[in-house]
Unconditional design. Structure first.
Lengths: 220, 225
């Protein structure tokens, strides 16, 4: 199944993202947060993104578990569950936005929403650098693993993790230098193409979900 | 040494490797060639358990890579990555050479330092070396723990004449010590110069595995057509 949300205008998706965050923070009960999780699940399933969701969620399990444990120790079970679902919804909302929107789309959309070209470019490049760093991190980690470094037990994982800092910094500086040259060669400040917002069927569906999320968060 | 049995691999719904079958023996140099995106690196990452097959199996010295801990396979099969900056992370050349032997609890073979003319640079920081020296250090840091097989991923990228000459000597020397060497490269001339057997890959499949004879060039050219 193809993702219909990928075809939606990025401006609408930015609004959906902001609305979903608002509804998460408006929600004051566990039931409401569960309702928001259900809406997100419907969005993931209807876009055929279940696998992305599960793969990414697996990485967050230790973080979620730690948060639950800390809140359980300092407060009580229901408060810990509430925070757990709030965090889970924040993660779901972010995954949905990231997997259905490209960096270029975000840059163009932010520019159309009135952000200056310098700030837009800066934001778009920052997003790209995060992804690039993530990739570099994986490659360097693979090299360490191949030479017998262990990341599965303490304290080796901390020690070997520290080894990643220097090559990552060097690669980051290299990438920034190249980017700087490329931007200058491409004649910055660039003009972003302007596109009129058209509300089609997909945008309509997204707005419906957006309203639903806000209503659930507000009324719940 | 390495047996690949009907290996299929995918990250999501798209198959990157499609039913690969190979047998790689010790005391041989294998060159893997093929266009970009043919699956060369993905296949090689299966040899040292960095990746595990979605279907099929990879046996290293009879051990199924899916069933034994990753570091056991990695202690047998060393991997030299494309970019030296990605694999140098210690604070001195000497530490870099001793990193893997320490992790695999082996005596470091410091003769590699001399082989790659790094013996006078042991106290220097790896990032202060020249590109050629960094490339040599990347190979030496893997060879120093004496794995029975070594994979060189695009070793000729950015290498100068002197580094290429040392690289050729190293590949010959490592094979003569009874080990297996796998060279992945777009530099077909280099591969034809050093390999005993050529493995041609295209669109996730092995198109051929042939001894390196005079006629093999025509077959290799067909991969890029």
């Amino acid at each position: 199944m193809g993702s219909w949300l990928k075809k939606v205008d990025a401006r609408v998706k930015i609004l959906l993202f902001i609305s979903s965050m608002a509804s998460i923070f408006l929600a004051h009960s566990l039931k409401t947060l569960l309702g928001i999780s259900l809406i997100f699940s419907a969005l993931f399933i209807s876009n055929g993104l279940q696998k992305n969701l599960l793969d990414t969620l697996k990485k967050y399990i230790p973080f979620l578990a730690l948060s639950f444990l800390l809140w359980f120790l300092y407060s009580n079970t229901s408060r810990a569950a509430f925070i757990l679902f709030r965090l889970l919804n924040i993660i779901l909302s972010s995954i949905l936005f990231i997997t259905t929107t490209t960096f270029t789309e975000i840059a163009f959309a932010l520019n159309s929403l009135g952000l200056g070209p310098k700030v837009t470019l800066l934001l778009a490049l920052s997003f790209q650098m995060v992804k690039r760093f993530q990739k570099e991190f994986e490659i360097i980690k693979e090299a360490e693993l191949s030479r017998g470094a262990r990341f599965d037990k303490f304290p080796e994982n901390v020690r070997n993790g520290a080894h990643l800092v220097l090559p990552l910094t060097v690669r980051g500086i290299e990438a920034a230098e190249k980017l700087n040259i490329a931007i200058n060669l491409n004649g910055f400040p660039a003009q972003f193409p302007k596109k009129r917002l058209k509300i089609g069927v997909q945008e309509g569906k997204t707005i419906a979900f957006l309203i639903l999320l806000l209503l659930v968060g507000w009324l719940g | 040494m390495i047996e690949v049995e009907d290996v299929w691999f995918s990250y999501d719904t798209h198959w990157i490797l499609k039913g690969i079958n190979l047998k790689l023996k010790k005391r041989r140099v294998y060159g893997i060639v093929g266009p970009i995106g043919s699956g060369k690196t993905t296949l090689a990452k299966h040899f040292n358990a960095l990746l595990k097959p979605t279907r099929g199996r990879v046996l290293v010295d009879g051990l199924d890579t899916r069933q034994v801990p990753q570091h056991v396979v990695m202690s047998k099969v060393g991997y030299v990555f494309q970019n030296p900056c990605h694999q140098l992370f210690c604070s001195s050349v000497e530490e870099e050479l001793k990193f893997a032997p320490k992790n695999f609890r082996r005596e470091p073979d410091m003769s590699v330092a001399e082989f790659f003319s790094l013996h006078r640079l042991l106290s220097l920081h790896p990032f202060t070396l020249s590109t050629g020296q960094m490339e040599k250090l990347a190979i030496a840091s893997v060879a120093s723990y004496s794995p029975e097989a070594i994979i060189l991923d695009e070793p000729t990228l950015g290498a100068d004449e002197e580094t290429l000459a040392v690289l050729k000597r190293f590949i010959h020397h490592y094979r003569e010590r009874g080990n297996l060497v796998v060279v992945i490269s777009h530099d077909v001339d280099f591969v034809l110069e050093v390999a005993d057997e050529i493995i041609g890959m295209k669109r996730g499949r092995v198109e051929f595995q042939l001894p390196n004879t005079e006629n093999v060039w025509e077959t290799v050219r067909g991969l890029y057509g």
